[in-house]
Design a protein around this ligand. Structure first.
Ligand code: BG6
Length: 293
């Protein structure tokens, strides 16, 4: 059990589980259990807080906008928002009886110089005062992330939210995702709607699907040889994105290395994309757990 701070990285462990969070975007960049790494991280990812680009890999936080948002209040904010680009504060890490906990925080004060934050504020005609907190709890077989958002001054603040998680898999073609049966989806590549009738989803080409999760889709498994994980989340995260750039698009991404590593990753991302609001003085929160099975 240990906690180490190495410049911009916070490394903590609990028994045979190890995690590492970069202050850049509060991005979980490594999650190791019994010697096996479960997150994909591009070899070209820049983990420095000063880097101008978000971390390619791990679990960056998408907030306040998903993609190029269709919501009026978020139209001027860049793809996937700006908090993944900010250097978050590391608050404290503690080894407790059952797990190791690490806390991080980002407030509007750290974003005042960020153009995307300014664009967001323009819609409300005032500086948005907010605080985001991320609390990681590392157990021997799982990691739980708790996120909180406090809206200090806007009567009704609208946002989208996503854990943009890149999972490492031995071979994407041999991977199955279960738990999506009966869920409606939007194929974002063809702007086509569908319904998943199959008990198992295979990813065998460029994929960008946005699922609307129902009551029967609250437990999603990624099954890939000896790398098997179960994803669960609080009920307010009703959407799930499955994304793989595949060969041609991986080749176009500067920070995606090696180019062939699209074969060893798949993004499976819990979030809320429809637009959620938090009223002035209130706190919104959500939770996501990755369990090794
Ligand atoms: C996914 C989106 O969440 O992220 C994709 O569904 C997008 O449309 C992908 O291409 C990667 O985005 P970015 O901004 O991290 O390159």
């Amino acid at each position: 059990m240990s906690v180490e701070v190495e410049n911009d990285l916070i490394k903590f462990s609990y028994g045979e589980a190890h995690a590492c969070v970069a202050k850049k975007g509060c991005t979980l960049v490594s999650f190791v259990v019994d010697g096996d790494e479960y997150l994909y991280l591009s070899e070209a990812a820049n983990l420095s807080s000063k880097s101008p680009t978000p971390v390619r890999g791990g679990m960056p936080l998408i907030f306040p906008a998903f993609g190029n948002s269709y919501l009026e209040s978020l139209k001027t904010v860049q793809q996937h928002g700006f908090v993944r680009n900010m250097a978050w504060d590391f608050v404290i890490a503690e080894v407790l009886t059952e797990c190791t906990v690490a806390r991080f925080r980002l407030s509007h004060r750290q974003c005042e110089k960020e153009q995307q934050y300014k664009n967001w504020c323009e819609f409300y005609g005032q500086p948005i005062k907010f605080e985001l907190t991320m609390v990681f709890e590392l157990f021997p077989d799982r990691i739980t992330v708790n996120t909180g958002l406090v809206n200090e001054n806007v009567s009704e603040l609208e946002f989208q939210f996503l854990y943009h998680t890149y999972f490492r898999v031995p071979c994407v073609r041999d991977m199955y995702i279960t738990g999506l049966k009966g869920a409606k989806y939007l194929d974002r590549l063809q702007t086509r709607y569908g319904l998943d009738g199959s008990p198992m989803l295979k990813v065998e080409e460029q994929t960008d699907k946005l699922y609307e999760l129902g009551e029967n889709n609250r437990e999603i498994d990624i099954l890939s040889g000896n790398y098997n994980v179960r994803l669960t989340a609080s009920d307010n995260l009703k959407d799930l994105v499955v994304w793989n750039p595949w060969e041609e698009n991986a080749a176009k991404m500067k920070d995606f290395e090696p180019k062939s590593s699209y074969r060893n990753m798949c993004c499976v991302e819990f979030g809320t994309i429809g637009g959620t609001t938090v009223t002035q003085g209130q706190r919104w929160q959500c939770q996501h757990t990755i369990t090794i099975i």
